[in-house]
Design a protein around this ligand. Structure first.
Ligand code: NAP
Length: 559
């Protein structure tokens, strides 16, 4: 365990999730004096917190694991194609133990505030345990969906049963048998939890405001023989992920939507619907993301599949989204979710018709009737991407506060740096490639880029690196412009910064949260910036110009 009496580090990493674990591995390998600060009692981030039944990957497990160590790839056996939370947390612990990373980590310490000291070119961090730490560089590894949000319903504190957000699902076993359970929300999380608990509870009542498009996960076990095959193909698998816009194995169908007949389109969809994972979303025609008519035809197809799975057609209609098309929000993947509504112990309550008016001591009251519950589960989502930044009082150069700079939406350079906030880097920041791709693939790219930059800075004796205002404006304009062609811009989801529970994030104003150009273009752009001596970043003190970054040279020498 890290020495808590040390007060200065060269680098402080905030967050010990998937990104923070890899970042500290890179820094430890380079012998850089660094520590990780984590608010939770242990490592794992998303996979530490989200212990609700049914929590699992929607990425193929073997594309989610880290790619940096051949030894690790050879040792780890993924047991399921889409691995569940307990196994995912075991994996991250295994990685930390294997590379002896825990000694660089400090738990139960939340960074409350951080300010850039312009005289010393240092960050000064204030922690909730009373400590004040300094460092030259900060790496924000805060996660995309790490700030859960609760609805604002009168009386929530009065409920006498148990109630919690899915993010805070109890860590000790929770007996659900015979219990009357309410789930509020029908996002990706709710869709997993509802399908998993429906046959374990007494009565399940789902409160749905807007339905979500959802398609089968088609999970299954991975045998020893299959795992051996995957191990032999890891290079090929990661190369496929690097080629695909989403960082998954699934690559878009390159045929034009209108070049093939309606029968051929249907044949593709019949196949993809029954295949594992995001194929139905990401191995589809590219037009579905941009062309209203193409999207409407696919949406009609998925609606037909839902009608075929739900017996009561009035319920089926309620489960079919009408306000947005398939795939313009991140698609929740499900396991027998729609069949849940064929059960006698499950009821769907449409709160767009009969809103929840209050939480009572014994349950909930909608405008139509009262319900009694033993447990209320809030599956009500997250203050995505910028929420975790907003919860730290971050003060940059000249006293500017990040939450004020980003009040109307984020602006960044490559999603990796922020003008006015020197020596601060982000893995999984807004407008980065990580925000819209298979997360570990995205953060490995971001962490590698930031670590290369750090080496560049150290090798030249700089003490301060800051994205220029102009470079940031260009990048933000580029990210913004890409939304114009995407149907996504019309949907209320965290991709557009929507969250009805966060003041200012209610529908109305789009926040340009994600880079929509796809992983290959993103990687090409950030590598180009590095190869040009980090064009768009001001370094000080300015040193004799060295044409190329050493890390870039080393990579090129290696071919
Ligand atoms: P979400 O997609 O934002 O869904 C939140 C749900 O709660 C929505 O149905 C929302 O309804 C409802 N809700 C929110 N506030 C409400 C209120 N005040 N009253 C009534 N209903 C309310 O959040 P999530 O389901 O946690 O998923 C977020 C993201 O996490 C996903 O997009 C995905 O990227 C990730 N995730 C991934 C996996 C995986 O398979 N690996 C699993 C879970 C989550 P409205 O739609 O009407 O706002």
């Amino acid at each position: 365990m890290a020495d808590r009496s040390q007060t200065h580090y060269e680098v402080i990493v905030i967050g010990a999730g998937v990104a923070g674990i890899y970042q500290i591995k890179r820094l430890a390998d380079l012998g850089i004096d660094a520590t990780v600060l984590e608010a939770a009692p242990d490592l794992g981030g998303t996979w530490y917190w989200n212990r609700y039944p049914g929590a699992r990957f929607d990425s193929e497990s073997y594309t989610y694991g880290y790619s940096f160590s051949k030894e690790l790839l050879n040792e780890w056996h993924w047991k399921e194609r889409f691995s569940g939370q307990p196994e995912n947390l075991r994996y991250l612990n295994y990685v930390a133990e294997k590379f002896d990373l825990r000694r660089h980590m400090q738990f139960n310490c939340r960074v409350e505030a951080m300010a850039f000291d312009e005289e010393e070119n240092l960050w000064r961090l204030s922690l909730d345990d009373g400590r004040e730490l300094t460092c030259r560089f900060v790496m924000m590894a805060l996660g995309l969906l790490s700030t859960p949000t609760y609805p604002r319903i009168p009386g929530m504190e009065r409920f006498k049963g148990r109630s919690f957000h899915t993010f805070h699902w109890p860590h000790e076993p929770l007996d659900l048998s015979g219990k009357r359970v309410a789930v509020i929300g029908t996002g990706a999380t709710a869709i997993q939890v509802i399908a998993e608990i429906a046959d374990k509870v007494g009565q399940l009542t789902v409160f749905q405001r807007r339905p979500n498009w959802s398609a089968p996960l088609n999970n299954g076990p991975i045998s020893e023989a299959e795992m051996a095959d995957i191990r032999a193909r890891y290079e090929e698998i990661f190369a496929a992920c690097a080629r695909s816009p989403g960082g998954f194995e699934h690559e878009p169908d390159r045929r034009g939507f209108y070049e093939v007949s309606a029968e051929e389109r249907r044949a593709l969809w019949d196949r993809l619907y029954d295949e594992p994972g995001f194929g139905i979303w990401l191995a589809n025609f590219r037009e579905i993301f941009m062309d209203e008519a193409a999207n409407a035809e696919l949406s009609a197809y998925i609606a037909e599949r839902i009608r075929g799975r739900v017996k009561d057609q009035a319920v089926a209609e309620k489960l079919i989204p009408k306000d947005h098309g398939f795939g313009v929000q991140r698609v929740p993947l499900e396991t027998r979710y729609f069949e849940v509504y064929n059960r006698d112990n499950v009821e769907l309550v449409d709160i767009s018709e009969t809103p929840i008016e209050a939480v009572t001591e014994t349950g909930l009251r909608t405008s139509a009737r009262a319900f009694d519950f033993d447990i209320i589960v809030y599956a009500t989502g997250f203050d995505a991407i910028t929420g975790a930044f907003d919860h730290i009082d971050i003060q940059g150069a000249g006293g500017q506060r990040l939450r004020e700079k980003w009040a109307e939406g984020p602006s960044t350079f490559l999603g990796l740096m922020i003008h006015g906030f020197p020596n601060l880097f982000m893995a999984g920041g807004p407008q980065s490639g990580s925000a819209s791709t298979n997360y570990p693939r995205g953060i490995e790219t971001a962490v590698n880029w930031c670590t290369d930059l750090l080496q560049h800075i150290r090798a030249r004796g700089h003490v301060r690196a800051e994205a220029t205002a102009e470079a940031e404006a260009r990048w933000t304009a580029h990210v913004t412009k890409m939304y114009a062609s995407m149907l996504m811009r019309k949907a209320k989801s965290w991709f557009t910064g929507y969250n009805s529970n966060v003041p200012g994030h209610e529908q109305g104003k789009i926040r340009y949260f994600v880079y929509n150009g796809g992983a290959p273009k993103y990687v090409a752009r950030i590598e180009e910036v590095a190869a040009m001596g980090y064009e768009g970043i001001d370094f000080s003190p300015a040193s004799a110009p060295a044409a190329r970054a050493p890390a870039v040279e080393a990579r090129q020498a290696a071919g």
